[in-house]
Design a protein around this ligand. Structure first.
Ligand code: RFL
Ligand code: PHB
Length: 395
């Protein structure tokens, strides 16, 4: 088989890249380790920045998101028993975010791909990337007991944190930066109306909690838990009980509980790979970087990598220019480090660390008091949460 761009991974990064390339008349094949249903069953992100919304529109897959997504102009922060609203719209001169589940966005991209008759090979094994330091890269894999090979011009490594692309790069050519946090997030999805019409980020003496949502009838909640906790040890009742203890009185009153549809624990990590281009192979999304989910940045950073990568490849094919390809890594990393900084900082601000101590607790209290009572402080949260503009570093 031959294609122009071989994409490894059919998560949001790989699917969005495939769609943007297709719009520009560039061929791509996607190979994915899991089944399509499995990819759709992973409950992850829920908040899209304006830049991400614009990209989905550009890819021609924004219709259902605009119909069913919930536009949020603000969110609440609950701390010291008091709620503070971050009025994102007012503080950023009119910017908002869209609450639309990653599963829905993935489904829209998959449907568009099927409708256009574009090739995605699911349930492959032994994926390997070859010769990406030459002019003729190749991808090999197994499917139904048979070996296959794709010859291509470029490889896009959109295969997430545990993928094969980053792992295939010689250690001497790559630098990795990592911070692992001493807690995880226990997430619960339920068909119950959300406790509030906006998200609530909670810093309570019992730890962080987040009240999020997928629609007016589906809620997503998270609790900070020790890394040693196992999801099977958390009954639904225990989850709701703990959430109540972290909420304020109105939250406790308005909370509607019900059986979970999904429950899982995710570790929290900050991680960056430098660079993100290795000859004719590019890394994009979680394959290159991970943020703790507190700032809701992971999927949004993945989408902007894909924006830069698709523009670079389109420039290469349409204008025979290497300029975009050559600047891909530097451009992405400038934005990624700002997303990493915000996610790390917001995580530090909102969680209780096991070894926090009295001094760190008082400093955290003082910082929250300052930020939430100062317009400049609240604006810095809002400006980062809605997402920095794509040309932020150029201005
Ligand atoms: P994905 O989604 O991990 O997809 C990678 C795909 O590659 C496949 N794969 C392979 N395929 C072929 N061969 C191999 N050897 C392969 N190895 C792996 C995998 O099966 C998979 O299908 O990465 P991608 O596309 O870069 O997308 C990244 C996002 O999924 C991720 O950043 C977000 O979900 C992060 N995130 C959030 N991001 C936001 O922007 N806003 C949020 O509100 C938000 N909330 C979250 C989150 C992530 C969470 N978890 C569970 C980590 C909340 C949580 C709890
Ligand atoms: C979610 O709805 O899954 C979600 C929302 C906001 C976050 C993280 C996760 O910061």
């Amino acid at each position: 088989m031959r294609t122009q761009v071989a994409i490894i991974g059919a998560g949001p990064s790989g699917l969005l890249l495939g769609q943007l390339l297709h719009k520009a008349g560039i061929d791509a094949i996607i190979v994915e380790r899991q089944s399509g249903d499995y990819v759709l069953s992973r409950i992850r992100a829920g908040v899209l920045e304006q830049v991400c919304i614009d990209l989905l529109d550009e890819a021609g897959v924004g219709e259902r998101m605009h119909q069913e997504g919930l536009l949020h102009t603000g969110f609440e922060m609950l701390y010291g028993g008091q709620r503070h609203r971050i009025d994102m719209n007012h503080l950023t001169g009119g910017k908002n975010v869209m609450v639309y589940g990653q599963t829905e966005l993935t489904r829209d991209l998959m449907d568009a791909r099927t409708k256009a008759g574009l090739p995605t090979v699911y349930e492959v094994s032994d994926v390997a990337v070859h010769d990406f330091d030459s002019q003729k890269p190749r991808v090999t894999y197994q499917k139904d007991g048979q070996s296959h090979e794709i010859e291509c011009d470029f490889i896009a490594g959109c295969d997430g944190f545990h993928g094969v692309c980053r792992a295939s790069i010689p250690r001497s050519s790559i630098t990795e930066f990592e911070k692992v946090y001493p807690f995880g997030w226990l997430g619960l999805l339920s068909d119950t109306p959300p406790v509030h019409d906006e998200l609530i980020y909670v810093n309570s003496p019992r730890g962080f909690a987040l009240c999020s949502q997928r629609s007016q009838t589906r809620s997503r909640y998270y609790l900070q838990v020790p890394l040693t906790d196992k999801v099977d040890e958390w009954t639904d009742d225990a989850f709701w009980q703990e959430l109540r203890l972290r909420l304020d009185a109105p939250g406790r009153e308005q909370l509607v509980t019900g059986p979970s549809i999904e429950k899982s624990i995710a570790p929290l990590r900050s991680f960056v790979t430098e660079p993100m281009r290795f000859g004719r192979m590019f890394l994009a999304g979680d394959a290159a970087h991970i943020v703790p989910p507190t700032g809701a940045k992971g999927l949004n950073l993945a989408a902007t990598d894909v924006k830069y990568l698709s523009s670079a490849l389109i420039e290469y094919y349409q204008e025979k220019s290497n300029a975009g390809i050559d600047s891909y890594s530097v451009r992405c990393l400038k934005r990624i480090w700002k997303g990493e900084r915000f996610s790390w900082w917001f995580t530090q601000l909102m969680h209780r660390f096991p070894d926090q101590g009295a001094m760190a607790s008082r400093l955290q209290e003082a910082e929250l008091d300052y930020l939430l009572n100062s317009e400049a402080g609240s604006r810095t949260i809002a400006e980062n949460y809605v997402g920095l503009p794509l040309d932020f570093d150029l201005s």
